[in-house]
Design a protein around this ligand. Structure first.
Ligand code: WQD
Length: 346
């Protein structure tokens, strides 16, 4: 049973990926300092997979502490590196924190990969590296555009650091996975996106629907799109998770075209903000209260994926549709409300 180190395993995509890795026969350990993740999430993972998953509460910016994890786990066969700050808005206000955290943690984990001969590496990247892409749907050949935020720039720089590291270390393989917009939650509602004050659309919708927020704002309906609101490629987090398992397996099987491969993880369908709200209302039966407001700084007008390369090279497919995305997101929000009530009244 190969052992995979997942950094950021107590976070949203990391936790769902751990569930998928274990379901596919891998052993997993996590490094997460809980600055953005939650031990509660890892407890949920344990409930789903039927056994506890070990998380090392270590700051990846402290090289000695990261080394100690590798010393204790000399059988790590692969690494999936999720751990990073990821709020577009926050990164605009705190660029140094974003560069320090996201880049130092990457440098340290790569350093340990080399020192401990771990040659299979998956890097969590983002469609935000494309900026305002010229052509849609966007393929992996689309050149990176000017980053719209320090967050996006840390992803662009992270990809280039990985590519240079591969060139300097023959035999080391890296796979760059560019996520579009992961949404939804595990069907058991035992894990999902945990964020009291989210900025991204789907948790804002579900918090508004459940009454945690009085209303929400659609940031602009005067864009040059079919209904004036921005278009994105929303993809179920479980489909994103499974792509990581397939990428790790492909790396071990050494079947990819090069030692540094890039894959888009999107459904290929562009959906507008207003269309997503309508889909949520249809699936949940809730009428959402929202107002139309000003555009949000840094938003790209439209971006959605050409995912043919990941389908062909990884044997990856989309298994959750928009209804499932909305349904699992809504069920997760309702579960959170029940848990909060229990805590409040116990
Ligand atoms: C989507 C659309 C908003 C909130 C994502 C992730 C980010 C990174 C990059 C992975 C936009 C609109 C939102 C609201 C709104 N992902 N919106 N009202 O900006 O595509 O960023 O991709 O690395 O972590 O969040 O996603 O969900 O913030 O916005 O109208 O209250 O919804 O303007 O058009 P975005 P988002």
């Amino acid at each position: 049973m190969k052992k995979i180190l997942v950094t950021g395993g107590c976070g949203y995509i990391g936790s769902h990926t751990i569930v998928d890795l274990i379901a596919n026969g891998y052993e997993v350990i996590s490094i997460d300092n809980l600055s953005r993740g939650f031990q509660q999430t890892m407890n949920g993972v344990g409930e789903i997979v039927g056994k506890p998953v070990k998380n090392y509460m270590v700051d990846l910016c402290h090289l000695e502490d990261v080394r100690a994890v590798f010393e204790e786990n000399q059988d790590i066969a692969g690494i999936i590196h999720f751990a990073a700050y990821k709020s577009v808005g926050e990164s605009v206000n705190k660029p140094l924190e974003y560069f320090r955290n996201n880049l130092t943690s990457l440098l340290n984990i790569l350093q340990c990969a080399r020192e401990f001969d771990v040659d299979n590496f998956v890097f969590s990247s983002s469609c935000s590296v494309y900026g305002n892409a010229e052509t849609l749907p966007v393929t992996e050949l689309e050149p990176m555009k000017e980053a719209q935020s320090p967050y996006a720039r840390t992803k662009q720089m992270g990809e280039e650091i990985c590519a240079d590291f591969v060139k300097a270390n023959p035999g080391f393989k890296v796979i760059l996975l560019r996520y579009f917009n992961p949404v939804g939650a595990h069907p058991t509602s035992l894990i999902g996106e945990l964020n009291e004050t989210p900025e991204n659309l789907v948790p804002v919708i579900t918090q508004t629907a459940i009454g945690k927020r009085n209303s929400m704002t659609v940031f602009g309906n005067n864009y040059d799109t079919r209904d004036g609101s921005c278009i994105r490629d929303y993809i179920h987090v479980m489909d994103v998770a499974h792509a990581h398992t397939l990428a790790m397996s492909a790396s071990f099987a050494d079947i990819l075209a090069s030692d540094c491969e890039i894959f888009n993880l999107g459904t290929g369908a562009g959906v507008s903000v207003l269309e997503l709200i309508a889909a949520f209302e249809r699936v949940s039966g809730c009428k959402l209260s929202y107002k139309i407001g000003a555009r949000r700084e840094g938003d790209v007008v439209a971006v959605y994926a050409d995912n043919a390369k990941a389908r062909a090279a990884l044997g990856w497919d989309i298994t959750y549709d928009m209804d499932a995305m909305m349904d699992t997101a809504w069920k997760w929000e309702q579960q959170l409300a029940r848990t909060a009530q229990k805590i409040m009244f116990n």
